[in-house]
Ligand binder design. Structure first.
Ligand code: MSP
Length: 517
């Protein structure tokens, strides 16, 4: 355990206008993998997720359903929690923007900004995109439509409160330039700098209650509620005690990473960073904008009506299959075309034929040739196996990749070890050795090399495919919590220990998946 502060990682807060879809599951699986990896390194972690419950979009949906808004959100929130449980998302805290402690932190933040003279009342005249909950001025519209989602916007003219954002423009440009890892990936960093260089407006942070009553009331001004983004972004500090528990707050803040979809990079990289700067608080180390999952070229989203239910996918193919597909299929930051037939193809080729088959072969051979007991062997007598060579330095390599958010390559690195192990079986032909008593020493060395490889694979997979990892380690009767240090200790398995009967981890699947949506 290092003496460092807990590793603090966040997901966006999801709007509760409907049940979660695979886009939401993607962000949470990414964060879960990183959080698990940090724990695997022995680091204490604070992994935050939750729900964004105010704003026009949620309010409108509740009304359409003829429900009281609070009653409606109370009904939707458990669906998120249930999904995270089904997917094994190891979050440490779930924040709701309707939680009273969150409101107190928002008030502490506003009161500080007001005292500093950073909030003023002014006239707002512009456009509003309800699906994005975003304000736009004339020059920002694209062909009269929302520049983010290209949908219709509505004209608005009203008095509101504003946050003095524009004066921080040059500071932010400098901060981004001086901290290359701050906004990632590079494409998003360029996009944010481009946006900033076009000039910043002050941020309108309220809505007249006459138009929208569902929100946190603006302090000392009962005719207004707080703009949903201003409220929601504050969650990252309210969850760790901002304005209430300074000691706790200083233990957690700043966050190490805010993982967000590329659609909301600007809200985080511009609004949020400036809010923090105005409060005199340190910046998060990284804001990472991941890509979208699309179907037939369109972003998967409720309003486009092309949603895929992650619970169904997990039920039909397994949680780790979905995790594998998400982690392996795209480089973090890029978009991916969601395809169930590709998911099944990967399942059959990589999970069943490569990983599942390796486990099956190694454990069956141990059952058959050494009665399910790890054999004594001569370490010095055998040369270094290709598996040991491939496994060398695995922990360091994985750490380097995860530090750079290169999760796909991290998974590939483990798969290389799986492939090398399978090749080792093919090349060594233990079944032939088993027929020749004179080759017993060789056979035992070969089986132990394979078992060690399997142990290493099982350990290394823990942050990426936790259920699979557990199952592999169970076969070897290992119950200890995996730790990255275990990857450095080749020959950790004890001769004489028994292994379990082989179970099929990934039964082969038919290509025609069932339809979802
Ligand atoms: N409530 C805001 C975020 C506030 S954070 C303080 C919001 N909510 S959202 O529910 O609309 O979307 C949240 C996130 O879901 C997106 O940023 C993204 O992380 C994820 N995704 C939603 N659709 C997605 C895809 N089709 N693909 C990948 N992720 C996407 O924005």
């Amino acid at each position: 355990m290092t003496g460092k502060k807990p590793y603090y990682i966040t997901t966006p807060l999801y709007y509760v206008n409907d049940k979660p879809h695979i886009g939401h599951a993607y962000t949470n699986i990414l964060c879960d993998t990183i959080a698990r990896f940090r724990r695997f390194e022995g680091r204490k972690v604070f992994f935050l997720t939750g729900t964004d419950e105010h704003g026009e979009k949620v309010d409108k949906t509740a009304r359409k359903e003829g429900a009281e808004t609070k009653e409606f959100v109370d009904r939707i929130v458990p669906r998120f929690k249930e999904l995270w449980q089904k997917l094994g998302i190891s979050y440490d805290h779930f924040i709701r923007t309707t939680d009273p402690y969150h409101r107190e932190s928002v008030y502490a933040l506003i009161s500080k900004l007001e005292k500093q003279g950073d909030i003023y009342k002014g006239k707002y005249s512009g456009w509003y995109c309800t699906p994005c909950e975003s304000f736009w001025i004339d020059s920002q519209l694209m062909e009269g439509k929302c520049p983010d989602c290209r949908r219709e916007v509505s004209g608005i003219q009203e008095e509101n409160y504003f946050f003095k954002m524009s004066k921080h423009q040059s500071w932010l440009i400098r901060h981004i330039r001086e901290h290359p890892g701050f906004i990632q990936p590079e494409e998003r960093r360029k996009e944010v700098l481009g946006f900033l260089e076009r000039g910043l407006e002050d941020l309108c942070i309220t809505r007249p209650r006459s138009r929208l009553s569902w929100g946190i009331p603006f302090p000392n001004s009962a005719e207004y509620v707080i703009y949903v983004w201003f409220d929601a972004l504050t969650n990252y500090i309210s969850a760790v005690g901002y304005g209430k528990d300074e000691e706790k707050f200083s233990q957690y803040w700043p966050a190490d990473v805010h993982m967000v979809g590329k659609d909301i990079i600007r809200h985080h990289a511009v609004y949020w960073t400036i809010m923090l700067h105005a409060l005199g608080l340190p910046q998060p180390a990284t804001i990472f904008g991941h890509g979208w999952w699309t179907i037939s070229g369109s972003k998967v989203s409720k309003s486009r009506g092309n949603i895929v239910d992650p619970a169904e996918v997990a039920k039909n193919f397994g949680v780790d299959t979905l995790r594998y597909y998400f982690l392996h299929e795209v480089t973090l930051g890029a978009d991916g075309a969601y395809s169930e037939s590709l998911l099944v193809e990967r399942y059959n080729k990589h999970l069943a034929d490569e990983l599942g088959n390796l486990l099956q072969r190694v454990i069956s051979m141990l059952q058959q040739y050494t009665n399910g007991v790890l054999p004594s062997f001569d370490k010095a007598g055998g040369s270094t196996s290709s598996i040991e060579t491939e496994a060398k330095g695995l922990g360091v390599r994985l750490t380097t990749l995860v530090n750079k958010f290169r999760l796909r390559e991290a998974v590939e690195t483990i798969w290389n070890l799986i492939r090398v192990s399978n090749r080792y079986v093919d090349d060594m032909k233990p079944w032939a050795m088993a027929k020749d008593k004179a080759k017993e020493k060789e056979l035992h060395f070969c089986l132990m090399s394979l078992a060690e490889g399997l142990r290493t694979i099982g350990m290394a997979l823990a942050p990426f495919l936790p259920e699979t990892s557990r199952s592999i380690l169970e076969h070897l009767n290992i119950t200890a919590e995996p730790n990255i240090k275990d990857l450095d200790s080749w020959w950790a398995l004890k001769p004489g220990a028994s292994v379990q009967k082989p179970r099929v981890l990934f039964p082969k699947m038919e290509m025609e998946g069932q339809p979802y949506g």
